[in-house]
Design a protein around this ligand. Structure first.
Ligand SMILES: [Ca+2]
Ligand SMILES: [Ca+2]
Ligand SMILES: [Ca+2]
Length: 165
């Protein structure tokens, strides 16, 4: 490695450390940092999907948008320790168009997903499942459930890199 390359590598490493160091201390009280986001795990109540969405919005956050396996594994590990006998809403729904699942924060179609085998099933012939949970009963994989059922929920906000505490 030439000197110039070493220099650039060191700059990169320092910048990376700086960013991660900053991100790791930015979450408001009660919020858990992971990667570039903060999360609030609401195990104090079980409410409908819409109510959960409204609760997150009141905190200027959104029902969690699960981008990849790293984020999903973090969520599953955390909820398992908090309330291992109930399921959790995530911000995913096919309310607009049956079978087309979108994230509520940006209305993006899903790319990453972690549905259980045979899910989503829209409750077979009953066709009444449009909101997605991390399902405690099936190895914490995802399941579409009736939006009016009551579950815990996870809110997410992007960490703010401007605030360094
Ligand atoms: Ca996310
Ligand atoms: Ca559905
Ligand atoms: Ca289902």
């Amino acid at each position: 490695m030439g000197l110039r390359k070493v220099f650039y590598f060191q700059c990169f490493a320092v910048a990376t450390l700086y960013i991660y160091g900053a991100l790791s201390v930015q979450c408001p009280d009660g919020w858990v940092p992971n990667g570039a986001s903060c999360y609030k795990f609401h195990n104090e109540e079980a409410i409908t999907f819409i109510e959960a969405q409204e609760s997150c919005n009141r905190d200027e956050s959104y029902l969690v948008h699960v981008d990849d396996d790293v984020e999903n594994t973090f969520l599953v590990n955390t909820v398992q320790t908090l309330m291992p006998i109930n399921s959790w809403w995530i911000g995913l729904t096919d309310n607009d168009t049956e079978g087309v699942f979108q994230w509520v924060d940006d209305m993006a179609n899903i790319t990453y997903q972690h549905f259980n085998a045979h899910q989503p099933d829209d409750h077979a012939s009953r066709h009444d499942e449009d909101c997605v949970i991390i399902w405690h009963a099936q190895h914490w994989g995802w399941n579409d459930a009736n939006c009016k059922l009551h579950f815990h929920y996870v809110c997410e906000i992007n960490a703010d890199p401007d605030i360094i505490g």
